[in-house]
Every structure is written in structure tokens, then in C-alpha cells.
Design a protein. Structure first.
Lengths: 230, 289
């Protein structure tokens, strides 16, 4: 299927950048597929490409000419490409676990079961290196971000906020509710690719206990190693 | 191989080249020199590739001892520089003996950033094609953090170029002398109310001290929106965001790659270099083109 057939709108800002936005029938998934496909093409006229669920920004360089918009329109996407399901092992011991249980009025076990009972589509990569957003958190678990963000959230923190699940690969200040930690890394800096998740991935959470957490941590596995993938 | 010892770190000193474009997809910031024109000028005068790595100095220069002889050239503005306590000029090649001490003090009215070009390359791995430091991605010298006292920078000397010591005039008008910053309408320009569109062009702004390589917070007349953004959108260095406080932020090279604030304008490439030289507190205005 070509990008033009997905009804993605293309807006150009001078010769500086292009914005791709979903048309009436474009799904969020299509936006992710389009972004990934365009990025993988490594076009000479693109300086940077940034994906978010509702918009893709393409920074152009001096090699760009209007004919390149046609090239984008006609780029084929493999809509039937097999999606990976990546398991995230999570040790649920986060600083905000109990306060979240209170806020959503659930026992810890119920909360964990609800979280682990579904697959999440990867929503975005960013805002900082190694931060991964997953989409469609169960409505019964949705909370606004914390009024007072933590000054420092540990590396590997699994957190939730609004309708998303999230992973903080690096320590950072954080406004999301930290529920646990993942012992396997998603960030692969300074190798290429620097992030081991793809926009077309699906995420499944697997609760693990402290012993497993410490074991995986000691093995220094990355998330693909853990999942038995290259 | 030569090395440089950091006697005092200056305000914010780091190794920068033209950065790593193409990595924002993975939320790795572009990094690189905030005033690429000055970086390129220093390198070109010294006979190096224009995009080569140099030392970016901010407002307060570092004190650096060169433990090997070297030829250097500094371009940019915003500080008075000395070599062995004698004032030196910008855009000029100096031959340093081993043991020479580079230092200086702020000249805040003139600008903000200067680039010290040295022959050769830093003795560092390059990451994704660049030696630039990035704090957020922990890439570059000292894990992307600025220089600290006592650190040693190792530089491979490269080819020793034969040059006479003579000043080269700066090409074109130095950006920092301009007081208007050219911008274009951003994707959310339409969300500004009418009064705010006028204020954007006529208002007087200045850079607040709570600014860094991620972004420059501006103080100025308040601007208002008729609607908000409902979701995160991609952002690039040079984008101008309007925050709920009614004040603007100009994103710079270490900025996050996505954000929820409306992008009401963006700086042109040329004006980004000029913007990087606006001293703290100096008044400027925007010009919409």
C-alpha cells in the first residue's frame, strides 16, 4: 500500500520541513508504519525524521526538491509485515506502585494482572533517548501525571500516565507513576540502531520476581537477547 | 598527540562539531555547535575541514593549559581571550608553545559563544558520525557533560599547517550585531490570538539566565493562544514554543525531540547562529519572514 493511499496529508513549510498528518481514514498505526518506512529508505533529501502518533516531521536539507514529495507519496508500505511482540519483564516494586493502587482502588495483584493481561502497541520513541511509549492503557488505570514530578527516576523504570505505559531507559526527572523496573535494556547506545524497539512493535508485560530481576540485570541482557531475537 | 588540561572549566565548555543529524528518530538530539558559522570560520582559517570538532566556550571561557605546542584559532564572540595573560584576537592563528595558558573573561555585550579550533581531532570515539557532546544521550567527552576542572583532553595533532600569524577578517556581518531574529510561522502559529501575532513581531524579548543548550527561555510580553495542543508533536532546534506561562522558549540543539507546547514559529538556519550569540539580558525582537 502506498503512502498516498493511506490518506496521509503532507504539509510543506517553505523548504525547511514537511509535516505528515493523518487524514480522515489514516490510523495511528499507519503513521508509525509510514514513519518507519520513510526513515529506513534513508532518502538523501531528509536531514531528520521525528515521529509522534499524530504527526511526523521531516526536516529537509538543501538536496530537497518538490519532486521528492511524489517519492514520498508513492513509497510502498508493507502493511502486512509481521509485527514483533516484545516481552518486557517487569519487577513491580516501583516507588509509586502503592499510591497508584490506592488511586485506582485495586489490590497490587489485580493491578499487575490488569497491566500484564494485554498487548500494547508501541506509540512513540522519544522524548529522550530510550524512552518508549506504549498505547492504550486500560481505562481503569489512567491517571494524570504526578503533580510533583520525581527529581530522579531510576534507569529502566516502567511507568504509566494518562493512556500510556512508558519506559525510562535512563535516569531522569519523571512525572509518570513508576510501577517497576525492567532489567533488560532497550537503549543500545553507541551501537546502531541506538534503540532496539521498532515503531511497529507490540509490547507485553511479564511480571518477574526480585530474584529474576537481579539475575537478568547481572546478565546485562538487552531486550532482544531476552526475547531470543537478533 | 597533544593534550590540554582544564585548569578551570568556564561556564559551559564542551566539544562540538556539526552534530549528528538523522538521529532524532531515536530521540538522540542533534547536538553540535550552536553557532555553526563561527565554528566553520575558526576551522577554515586554521585550514581544517569546516565541520571539524572544536571546543565550544560559553560566556565565561575556560582556562586551558596546552601541554604541547599547537596552532589555534578562535572565532565567535562574547569573551575577551588571553594567551599567557596577553589579550588575543579572534579569527587569527596563534602558534602556542607547550605550556601556554589560554584564558579570558566574559565580554557580555559582544556575544555568548566562541569556538577554539585546534589542529587534528579529539582522541575520542565518534558516535553516529560526530564528536559532539550530548548530555541527554550521554555521548562524547565526559559522557556528554561539560568540562570539569582537572580533566585532560587528548587531541591528536594532525598535520602541522604552515601559516603566518595574520588576522583574517570575518566573512560577512557577524550575526550578533543584529538585533532582529528572523522567524517563520510555525505549525501552530494559527493558534495565536490576533493581538499576540502583533506582539510576536513588535515585542521586545531577552534571554533569561535559566537557559542552556536545550533551550533558551525568553522573557517578554505575554502571548496568548486561542486553543491548546492536545498531543505531543515533533520539535527541532530552532522551534519557538509558547508555554502555559505565556512566555516563549527557543529550542536549541540538546532539546527533547517531542513536546506538547505549541510551535508558533521557528528560526531560520541563519538566525539560529545569530541567536546563539545574543548575550543574556540583551533586548532583541523577531522578524517574521
Amino acid at each position: 500500500m502506498r503512502i498516498a493511499e493511506l490518506n496521509i496529508n503532507i504539509d510543506i513549510f517553505d523548504l525547511d520541513f514537511i509535516l505528515l498528518k493523518p487524514g480522515d481514514s489514516t490510523s495511528i498505526e499507519h503513521m508509525g508504519m509510514a514513519a518507519q518506512a520513510i526513515y529506513k529508505q534513508n532518502y538523501g533529501f531528509i536531514e531528520d525524521l521525528i515521529h509522534t502518533e499524530h504527526e511526523v516531521l521531516i526536516r529537509l536539507n538543501s538536496k530537497f526538491s518538490y519532486i521528492d514529495i511524489e517519492r514520498l507519496h508513492t513509497l510502498e508500505l508493507d502493511v502486512d509485515e509481521e509485527r514483533r511482540t516484545i516481552e518486557w519483564p517487569i519487577y513491580f516494586d516501583g516507588a509509586d506502585l502503592l499510591s497508584v493502587c490506592d488511586a485506582v482502588k485495586m489490590e497490587k495483584e489485580t493491578l499487575i494482572q490488569k497491566l500484564s493481561g494485554k498487548e500494547y502497541r508501541l506509540a512513540m520513541i522519544g522524548f529522550l533517548p530510550g524512552f518508549i511509549y506504549g498505547r492504550n492503557l486500560d481505562p481503569s488505570l489512567r491517571l494524570p501525571r504526578k503533580a510533583v514530578p520525581s527529581k530522579s527516576v531510576p534507569a529502566g523504570s516502567f511507568a504509566i500516565a494518562e493512556s500510556y505505559i512508558g519506559l525510562y531507559s535512563l535516569p531522569s526527572p519523571g512525572g509518570w507513576h513508576c510501577l517497576g523496573r525492567m532489567p533488560c535494556s532497550v537503549l543500545n547506545i553507541p551501537e546502531n540502531p541506538p534503540v532496539l524497539m521498532k515503531l511497529t512493535d507490540r509490547i507485553r508485560l511479564k511480571p518477574i520476581d526480585k530474584m529474576e530481576f537481579e539475575y537478568y540485570l547481572s546478565q546485562e541482557l538487552n531486550i532482544l537477547d531476552y526475547n531470543g531475537l537478533d | 598527540m597533544g593534550w590540554i588540561e582544564v585548569i578551570s572549566p568556564g561556564l559551559y565548555t564542551s566539544i562540538q562539531d556539526m552534530g549528528r543529524p538523522g538521529m532524532a528518530y531515536y530521540a538522540i538530539p542533534r547536538s553540535g555547535a550552536l553557532d555553526p558559522e563561527s565554528l566553520r570560520r575558526a576551522n577554515t582559517i586554521l585550514g581544517k575541514p569546516a565541520d571539524a570538532a572544536a571546543i565550544e566556550m560559553t560566556i565565561l571561557p575556560p582556562r586551558l593549559r596546552f601541554h604541547s605546542s599547537a596552532q589555534i584559532c578562535i572565532s565567535g564572540a562574547g569573551m575577551r581571550l588571553t594567551l599567557d595573560e596577553k589579550e588575543i584576537a579572534y579569527d587569527t592563528i596563534y602558534q602556542l608553545r607547550a605550556g601556554a595558558l589560554l584564558g579570558g573573561r566574559p565580554a557580555p555585550d559582544g556575544g555568548a559563544r566562541a569556538y577554539l579550533a585546534i589542529p587534528g581531532q579529539p582522541e575520542l570515539p565518534d558516535h553516529y558520525g560526530s564528536f559532539s557532546s550530548s548530555e541527554n544521550a550521554r555521548l562524547g567527552f565526559n559522557q556528554g557533560r561539560p568540562l570539569r576542572k582537572g580533566m585532560r583532553l587528548f587531541w591528536n595533532e594532525g598535520i602541522n599547517m604552515e601559516h603566518e600569524e595574520r588576522p583574517h577578517p570575518a566573512e560577512g556581518m557577524p550575526g550578533w550585531k543584529q538585533d532582529s531574529i528572523k522567524i517563520r510561522k510555525g505549525p501552530e502559529y494559527g493558534l495565536l490570538d490576533d493581538a499576540s501575532r502583533k506582539i510576536l513581531e513588535t515585542g521586545v524579548f531577552c534571554i533569561h539566565p535559566d537557559s542552556n543548550r536545550m533551550g533558551a527561555r525568553l522573557t517578554g510580553p505575554p502571548l496568548r493562544l486561542t486553543d491548546t495542543l492536545r498531543f505531543s508533536v515533533p520539535v527541532l532546534p530552532g522551534f519557538v514554543q509558547l508555554t502555559p506561562s505565556s512566555q516563549l522558549i527557543v529550542l536549541l540543539n540538546e532539546a527533547q525531540t517531542t513536546g506538547g507546547y505549541p510551535r508558533i514559529a521557528y528560526l531560520t538556519d541563519e538566525s539560529r547562529a545569530a541567536f546563539a550569540q545574543i548575550p543574556l539580558g540583551k533586548k532583541f525582537h523577531f522578524r517574521l519572514i
